[in-house]
Design a protein around this ligand. Structure first.
Ligand code: C5P
Length: 212
């Protein structure tokens, strides 16, 4: 079988992470959540007390990110996600991280990468491209339920506002804005549970792999 990359893009909390992990397990591929690379860069700046408006400093941190050491539990925090979307507008930060992500994407027998610009910039030749989305209200509700299930208090309206601010920043930046690749298949999970969304994603991937 030739090397395969599955590119999964979409806004925050659309379900890409869960779908990507399950697809990677199903096909025996390596998985990279590229959002964690932006988060790790942001966390390094936060931890060192460095400013967020110095692109050269942020680039240096991006070049030092170790893909093998990305820990979702440590990087999941809300403030880190916010900070990540701020440094993600910087072209030299993106160049450094994209290079590492591309190197990862070539692992055999195949890879699943999820993020915002995988199908458009990181892996434009991916065998399969999925754009996973859901309405801001549905995404905010999922995030709210997660927080409440973990025993913490959450404010639904604040989360909706937050999801929209992050979408706006990700979709309207100049370098690599979030948008579906021309050849991506759209999957709207607003009305789907995770199992139905996974089955739909798997059908799309199987159909694409059969064509390759
Ligand atoms: O997906 P996650 O919420 O972990 O991503 C954090 C931030 O990193 C996003 O809001 C986005 O600004 C940025 N990001 C990006 N390109 C990617 C993945 C994430 O710009 N491929």
């Amino acid at each position: 079988m030739k090397h395969i990359t599955i590119a999964i893009d979409g806004p925050a909390a659309a379900g890409k992470g869960t779908l990507s992990r399950r697809l990677a397990e199903t096909y025996g591929f390596y998985h990279l959540d590229t959002g964690l690379t932006y988060r790790a860069t942001a966390k390094a700046l936060l931890d060192a007390g460095l400013p967020f408006d110095d692109e050269a400093v942020a680039e240096k941190m991006a070049l030092e990110v170790d893909l093998a050491g990305l820990d979702r539990a440590v990087l999941a925090k809300h403030e880190i996600g916010e900070a990540a979307s701020k440094i993600a507008v910087m072209p030299s930060v993106r160049r450094a991280l994209v290079e590492a992500q591309r190197a990862f994407s070539r692992k055999t027998p195949g890879t699943v990468l999820d993020g915002r610009d995988i199908g458009t910039v990181v892996c434009p030749d991916a065998a399969v491209k999925l754009y996973v989305t859901a309405s801001p209200e549905v995404r905010a509700r999922r995030r709210y339920d997660e927080i409440v299930a973990s025993g913490q208090a959450a404010d639904y309206d604040a989360i909706v506002a937050d999801v929209k601010t992050r979408d706006d920043r990700d979709m309207n930046r100049v370098d690599s804005p979030l948008k579906p690749a021309d050849d991506a298949v759209l999957l709207d999970t607003s009305e789907m549970g995770i199992e139905a969304a996974f089955q739909a994603a798997k059908r799309i991937v199987d159909a694409a792999l059969n064509r390759n």
